[in-house]
Design a protein around this ligand. Structure first.
Ligand SMILES: [Zn+2]
Length: 309
């Protein structure tokens, strides 16, 4: 397949070009002839779809269950992306592969975390770098949404009013989810408001809710869970008498199982952060993801059984 390259100027030209590419495109969805927007991971694809409505075709480069930090794009990803009109990435250092990826492409991209107040990572090799998981706060997700509206309105000015209306509706839902999660955590006894997870992905959610956050490693990487990291987590759980610990869906929970057997804390369940599930799984949307995590955390900490594993 020819490696088509184009700039965003001239949507008619883009549409004509997209139509000409369809014949050799493996994606049946593109038969709609809609302008294609790609995101780096599933959470952003869901948010962007909420704003796009039926005006744009939104798709994630990484698939449900994929680990986004250290993803290695395939030649087919690059071919697929070369006929997109816009790529949306999280930024804040989340997608370590992304800079090279867009350099090879010549497709415009928008960083959706622009305007978020970053929280710096406190420990290990990442100390002082921004924590990339800003979407784990529904309030930050509202900022993401405004950035998506701006990007879509530049791409398709005729749709600007529709994007704004979709965004307003979605932001109300985000506010409701935020209010619910603050209320749910406020219902926990103060000595149980500790969230111990594998990856340090909950700093923003912890800031929103008043949870104390602890984790085994700060950011998912190839090498995970040194004995020191596991030991420090065991110390914390013992000292604070934390009743339950958790791990995320895209990584192995082996190290956290060590913490469980060393401390007697419960394994409270699987949390979703870096990826949605497939449609038939527990978190097919971002709103589901936040609701699922809060329910898992609260039931885990209070000792009610969870049925996630
Ligand atoms: Zn992560």
């Amino acid at each position: 397949m020819t490696n088509y390259r184009f700039r965003p100027a001239g949507l008619l030209a883009v549409a004509a070009l997209a139509a000409s590419v369809i014949a050799c495109s493996p994606s049946a969805d593109r038969d709609s002839g809609k302008t294609v927007v790609l995101t780096t991971f599933t959470v952003l694809a869901d948010m962007a779809s909420e704003i796009a409505g039926d005006r744009l075709h939104v798709e994630s480069i990484t698939k449900p269950g994929a680990e986004v930090h250290g993803y290695e794009p395939t030649p087919s990803d690059i071919r697929h992306a070369s006929d997109a009109s816009l790529i949306i990435d999280n930024g804040l250092g989340l997608e370590r592969w992304f800079e090279q990826f867009v350099d090879d492409l010549d497709v415009p991209h928008v960083v959706v975390s622009g305007g978020v107040e970053p929280i710096d990572i406190a420990s290990d090799a990442y100390a002082g770098k921004p924590n990339p998981h800003a979407w784990m706060s529904p309030l930050n997700a509202q900022i993401y949404v405004d950035n998506i509206v701006g990007a879509f309105s530049d791409l398709d000015p005729d749709g600007a009013a529709a994007y704004r209306a979709n965004a307003d509706e979605y932001k109300t839902k985000l506010q409701d989810v935020h209010d619910d999660l603050v209320a749910a955590v406020a219902g926990l006894p103060t000595n149980e408001r500790a969230l111990v997870s594998c990856e340090g992905a909950f700093s923003y959610l912890a800031r929103d809710t008043g949870l104390t956050e602890r984790y085994i490693w700060p950011v998912n990487a190839e090498q995970q869970a040194t004995p020191q990291q596991v030991g420090a987590t065991i110390d914390f759980v013992r000292r604070s008498n934390t009743p339950a610990v958790f791990c995320e869906s895209t990584v192995s929970d082996k190290a956290m199982r060590q913490v469980v057997s060393a401390t007697g804390a419960r394994f409270g369940g699987t949390l979703y952060v870096d990826s949605l599930s497939t449609d038939d799984g527990p978190v097919p949307t971002y709103l589901d993801l936040i609701r699922h995590d809060v329910r898992t955390i609260v039931t885990g900490l209070t000792g009610s059984p969870t049925h996630d594993r």
